[in-house]
Design a protein around this ligand. Structure first.
Ligand code: FES
Length: 292
């Protein structure tokens, strides 16, 4: 199966020349000439990578499209590379660089770009994402086969995918759309309705904070906010380094130890806010040892 690249640019000559270059290197190229069309094609085609122009109908159209893709559950994991001539052609006085909030792309490349550099950059990103994409196909096929023709099979298949991978990968949702013939919007409606389903890979260590009544009254909200501050994540999120995932749970059945938190199932009882950092360091230590 060929890796798929979505190319979005309103400069028809650049679009065609770049598409031909990528196709000659073995990629399947989907073309779009503006941000709106690009966003639609990204949702329909599930590309492995998106190459996006910054200035199209208006100066920041590429940035707006990048933000829309980052905010959409179906597309937020697709890597984006911004290709722009803004600095040279328009004399932008500042450097255009990736920014999590205003320009959520992996990389910015200035035009004109050498064909060899474009191909080697694309190869690097495809290596990280495309191989993973292909490996899903056979596994998802097997799950769909197992539940084919049974009532409520979408939820059961999503459960199996969640159990298998620890989350529902974007590629899996697209495969389900293809194999079951269910609209993608319906699949994401189900995924986002149930807290159980996650759209991002789980962290290495799972932190659960009990917010049952006893724990709540004994200070669990304080523990939770300390964890959020230290890890810089909200509940339901994973730290950017993938080390911790933070979640809230209801009564863990050991109310006498309230407030209670667990890390990978290990119970910490009567936890004080000031002890949280020591608990985390037990788990981040192993990471430091690997890095050194
Ligand atoms: S309420 Fe937290 S363990 Fe019961």
């Amino acid at each position: 199966m060929k890796n798929k690249i979505l190319l979005v640019d309103n400069d028809r000559d650049f679009l065609e020349a770049t598409a031909i270059l990528l196709e000659s290197d073995g990629y399947d190229v989907v073309r779009a000439s503006n941000g709106q069309e690009g966003f639609q094609r990204a949702k329909e085609e599930s590309p492995d990578l998106i190459l996006l122009d910054m200035m199209m109908t208006y100066k920041t159209e590429g940035a707006e499209m990048a933000k829309a893709l980052a905010a959409d559950a179906a597309t937020h994991n697709i890597p984006l590379i911004l290709i722009t001539g803004a600095k040279k052609e328009m004399g932008f006085p500042f450097e255009i660089k990736p920014d999590e909030k205003d320009l959520p792309v992996k990389m910015v490349i200035e035009k004109p770009i050498q064909p060899e550099r474009l191909l080697s950059t694309v190869k690097l990103f495809i290596k990280k994402t495309g191989l993973e994409h292909r490996s899903f196909v056979g596994e998802i096929d097997a799950l769909v086969d197992k539940w084919s023709g049974k009532d409520g099979n979408l939820i059961m298949i999503l459960h199996e995918i969640q159990n298998h991978y620890g989350y529902v990968p974007r590629e899996a949702a697209f495969e389900l759309r293809r194999l079951l013939g269910i609209p993608l919007a319906r699949i994401y409606e189900v995924i986002t309705f149930y807290n159980y389903f996650k759209l991002d890979p789980p962290g290495k260590h799972l932190i659960s904070v009990c917010m049952g009544t006893a724990c709540y009254l004994k200070g669990a909200p304080g523990l939770l906010s300390e964890l959020k501050n230290l890890l810089n994540v909200e509940e339901g999120q994973t730290t950017p380094d993938g080390l911790f995932h933070l979640q809230i749970v209801r009564c863990l059945g050991c109310c006498g130890l309230a407030p209670v938190m667990t890390v990978d199932g290990k119970i910490y009882g009567k936890v004080k806010k000031e002890n949280v950092i020591n608990i985390l360091s037990e788990y981040s230590k192993e990471k430091m040892e690997v890095v050194q």
